[in-house]
Design a protein around this ligand. Structure first.
Ligand code: FES
Length: 193
């Protein structure tokens, strides 16, 4: 019996070892397969990342510096930001008062003038010159142009009227003229983007 038991032990040991080796072999195959998949994924992702990186000309266009120092109260200038028109307007004290006298709760897209300008620069209104209806360029930034019924901008495509703060007041446009991100890069110069 002892011999048989010993034989059984002697016979079962190699089976266990084979099993362990089998497991180890399978693990290795899995690891190797995963590693290969990882390399494959990396080699696919790398060109994708390269392709998704913005090109130099796009990066150059991502910000626009605008010298606003010469814009007098009541005047506007047009610039271009990311290939779209940008309006920069210096409001007069009367226009600021006009904008602040509006009941904001009554607006379609409620925003105060302060929320649409930088702290301490409530007189400088920077907006995209793109109607929020179907994207036409509103009038009002050029000398003598139609400013609509609210002394701001007027979109002639379908008759949207924006007020002195660029807020939609009448017509089909759903939103105020968009205010892009910007900051003062230096005194008199803003960096948009
Ligand atoms: S695109 Fe301006 S009102 Fe329609």
């Amino acid at each position: 019996m002892a011999d048989m038991s010993g034989a059984a032990t002697a016979n079962s040991a190699p089976e266990v070892l084979e099993g362990e080796e089998g497991v180890r072999r399978r693990d290795w195959i899995h690891i190797a397969a995963l590693s290969t998949a990882g390399v494959g994924a990396a080699s696919v992702l790398f060109p994708l990342v390269i392709q998704m990186a913005p090109s130099a000309d796009v990066l150059a266009e991502s910000t626009t510096d605008v010298d606003v120092s010469a814009i007098q109260p009541g005047q506007s200038i047009r610039s271009v930001f990311r290939r779209q028109p940008l309006f920069v307007k210096r409001l007069t004290p009367a226009e600021i008062q006009e904008a602040n006298s509006v009941d904001v709760a009554s607006l379609r897209d409620p925003q105060t003038l302060a929320e649409r300008t930088l702290d301490g620069h409530e007189d400088l209104l920077v907006t995209m010159g793109v109607c929020t209806h179907f994207g036409c360029v509103p009038l009002g930034s050029g000398e003598g142009e139609n400013r609509g019924d609210f002394n701001g901008y007027f979109c002639p495509c379908h008759g949207s009227h924006y007020d002195v703060a660029g807020r939609i007041r009448r017509g089909p446009a759903p939103l105020n003229l968009a205010v892009p991100n910007y900051e003062f890069k230096s005194e008199g110069v803003i960096r948009v983007g």
